[in-house]
Design a binder for this molecule. Structure first.
Ligand SMILES: *Cc1c(COP(=O)(O)O)cnc(C)c1O
Length: 416
C-alpha cells in the first residue's frame, strides 16, 4: 500500500530526498530511461509519433528526437516547442493535428510547410487555397468511440474530432492537388481489444471507401498504462498484430505498401513521472480527516477532471520509520480556494478516503505515474505559478523547467 514505488519508474526515495535538498515542493520528476524503455516496446511500428500534449517540455521532446520518434503538435505553441527541440518539417517529422485552424497557426504551417492532419473539411479548403500541394492526413471520425472517461472519447456523434464523411474531402484534395499521405483515427484513451478490432475494421472499410492512393495509416494514440496495482499493462504485441493485419489487408487491396504509424502520448511518458508535494495540515472535519498538501488541481488536474486515480505514497521528512500498523483514512486535498480541489475522488466527484500510514506535517506525498497530462495540463488558477520539472538521466537530476515566479505572472498585466 504505502511507499509503493513503481519499480519501472526507477526513481528512488533516495533520489527524491537528494533533489529536495535543493528544490522545494511541489515539483515534477521524470526518468529518462523509463521513457526510452517505453519507446523500445513500440519498435515494430514503422513510425512512432509522440502526442506531445501529454508532456510538452522541450527536454522531453529532445529525448523523443534522439530516439527517432516523430512529433504530433496540436497548437502553434506545440509547433514552436517541437522546432525548439530540434525538429524540422522534413520527412513529416512534425504533424499538426486539429479540427480547425486559427489564423496564426495556418500562416505558420504554410510558412514552415508542416504536414497537416485535418479533422474538418474546412481545414482542407482553407489550407489548399493558400498552399496547393500541401501534405495532409485525413483524420476520420470512425462513428464510434472509446475512452477512459467520456471526456476522452474521441469518436461518434458526440465527438468534435475527425471528419464524418471522408468522401467529402476528395473534391478538395483534387482541386488543390493536396498530397494525401494517409488516414488517421484516434478513438480515445484506453484500450479494449474487442473494441480495437472494430476500430481496425473501420479503418479498413474507410480506406477502401476512400479509394485514394495513400502511403500510410495511423492508429492514433490511446494505449493505456497501469495506474492501479491491479491494472493490467497493455499487450503491445497483441495491439500491434491487430493493426498490422489491417495494414496488410489494406496494402493488399491497393497493391501498394502502407506504413503503420502509432501516436501515443500517455504510454511513452505516463509511467516516467511523479509529482512530489508536502503535507501542510492534517485536519479533522466531522468524522473525516483531510490532509492538505502544497499542490492543487492547478498542478495535477486529472483527478478533478476525470476522477483519475494516481497511486499515492508517503515519504517521511524526518527519516523516521513509518509505522505501517497504524493506518489512518484520509482525503487528500490541495491549497486552492475551491472545494473540489481534492485528489482522492471518483469520476462522479465523490470524495474517497484512502489509507495512509501515520503521517505528519512536513511529510512528502508522492503521486505516481503523473508523467502524462500532469505538468502539461497545469494552470495558474489562484495565481499559483507553474512549478519546476526535474529530469533524471543515468541517475543525474537536472532541472528542465524552473519555477515560474509570481512577478512573471503579474508582469503580463503591469507591462502593457
Ligand atoms: C491526445 C491524442 C493522442 C494521445 O493520446 P494518449 O491517450 O495519450 O495516447 C494521440 N493522437 C491525438 C490526435 C490526440 O489528440
Amino acid at each position: 500500500m504505502m511507499n509503493f514505488f513503481n519499480k519501472k519508474s526507477q526513481i528512488s526515495i533516495k533520489d527524491i530526498l537528494s533533489i529536495l535538498k535543493n528544490e522545494s515542493t511541489p515539483l515534477w520528476i521524470y526518468h529518462t530511461e523509463t521513457i526510452i524503455n517505453q519507446i523500445k516496446k513500440l519498435k515494430k511500428f514503422d513510425i512512432i509519433r509522440f502526442a506531445q500534449k501529454s508532456c510538452s517540455n522541450i527536454h522531453i521532446l529532445r529525448i523523443m528526437k534522439k530516439m527517432n520518434v516523430k512529433i504530433d503538435a496540436v497548437s502553434l505553441g506545440e509547433i514552436e516547442r517541437a522546432i525548439k527541440a530540434g525538429y524540422t518539417s522534413k520527412n513529416d517529422d512534425i504533424v499538426f493535428t486539429a479540427d480547425m485552424f486559427t489564423k496564426e497557426t495556418l500562416k505558420k504551417i504554410v510558412k514552415l510547410n508542416i504536414t497537416v492532419n485535418a479533422g474538418s473539411v474546412d481545414m482542407l479548403e482553407q489550407l489548399g487555397k493558400i498552399s496547393p500541394g500541401h501534405k495532409v492526413w485525413i483524420r476520420i471520425n470512425p462513428k464510434f468511440g472509446h475512452g477512459h472517461h467520456f471526456k476522452t472519447n474521441t469518436g461518434g456523434e458526440n465527438s468534435k474530432h475527425g471528419i464524418w464523411d471522408p468522401k467529402l474531402t476528395i473534391p478538395i484534395i483534387k482541386k488543390y492537388e493536396l498530397n494525401c499521405i494517409g488516414l488517421h483515427m484516434h478513438i480515445g484513451s484506453g484500450v479494449n481489444y474487442e473494441h480495437l478490432k472494430n476500430v481496425c475494421n473501420a479503418m479498413k472499410k474507410q480506406c477502401i471507401k476512400f479509394n485514394q492512393k495513400i502511403k500510410a495509416i495511423s492508429a492514433g494514440g490511446g494505449l493505456s498504462i497501469p495506474y492501479k496495482k491491479t491494472d493490467i499493462p497493455v499487450n503491445v504485441n497483441h495491439y500491434f498484430h491487430l493493426w498490422n493485419n489491417v495494414r496488410e489487408e489494406i496494402s493488399k487491396h491497393f497493391n501498394n505498401p502502407i506504413k503503420l504509424e502509432i501516436e501515443p502520448g500517455r504510454f511513452l511518458v505516463g509511467e516516467s513521472g511523479i509529482l512530489i508535494s508536502q503535507i501542510c495540515t492534517i485536519k479533522k472535519v466531522g468524522k473525516k480527516i483531510f490532509t492538505l498538501i502544497d499542490s492543487g488541481f492547478n498542478d495535477l488536474m486529472r483527478p478533478v477532471l476525470y476522477g483519475s486515480y494516481h497511486h499515492i505514497s508517503v515519504i517521511p521528512k524526518d527519516n523516521r520509520n513509518i509505522n505501517t500498523n497504524k493506518i489512518i483514512k484520509t482525503i487528500i486535498g490541495g491549497p486552492l480556494c475551491e472545494s473540489g480541489d481534492i485528489f482522492t475522488q471518483n469520476e462522479n466527484n465523490q470524495l474517497i478516503e484512502i489509507e495512509l500510514p501515520e503521517i505528519k506535517i512536513g511529510d512528502y506525498i508522492v503521486f505516481h505515474n503523473t508523467g502524462a497530462y500532469g505538468a502539461s495540463m497545469s494552470s495558474n488558477y489562484n495565481s499559483r505559478p507553474l512549478i519546476s520539472e526535474v529530469l533524471i538521466t543515468e541517475k543525474i537530476p537536472k532541472i528542465i523547467r524552473r519555477k515560474q515566479t509570481i512577478q512573471e505572472l503579474i508582469r503580463l498585466e503591469t507591462e502593457i
